[in-house]
Design a protein. Sequence first.
Length: 255
Amino acid sequence: MKIKQVMAKTGLTDRAIRLYIENELVKPECDENYNLHIDLGNGISGTIPREEVDLNTNDEITNQRICKNKVNQYVQFKIKSVENNSHFILSRKAVEKDAIEWIKNELEEGMVVKGIVKNIRKFGAFIEIGGGIVALLHIEDISISRIRSPEERFSVGDRIDVMIKSIDRTTGKVVLTYKQLLGDWDKNIQGFQEKMIVDGIIKDANTNKDGIFIELLPNLVGLAEYKEGLEYGQKVKVLIKKIVKEKKKIKLVIV
């Protein structure tokens, strides 16, 4: 539905309607018929009919599962029509269709997009990048510094920027990277100098007795001499003993 038409029917401002149509994410409730109901504020309510909730609503069980899974979860939608000047009929399915076309025709590797963390597993995080399209962010693509779980960086519901790493346009599968947005070694080292004492986080304390890897930043790690009694994730103070720029290495001393 066109913005000017909605303005004429509701008296809402152009900006408010654009928020509803383009960016606003709201948390709905599901009724006994598997329709989603949304309080949009400003005296405006909305309904996403069961047939407009998801592209995969083909049977009763699927309808029930999808509807209930959306309760108290952020959803995006388009306005289909306006009833009684204060009630919108909405479509989430239309947003999904747009997102699929976006992946097929416009999304490119290297693009930076906004996403919401939907689920976290040991091997990575699932990020919704729009219209119900969920992409995988592998744990090794979260940061240069090794982590044991994505929960060290993210929580479910976090809104983050991610970069498109790869796209399979046949299957619609999208793989993401986050560490590319954290800056490279040359950029991150600019905030550090030799003889500085800084905060660090222990990594791989028990697996490498040749030294202990210490995270200074998510994309910047240094090496200190091995020391007994330190644990993964422990915060420590370190002295920057030497920065070897040509080898991109940092020698540290735990203080």
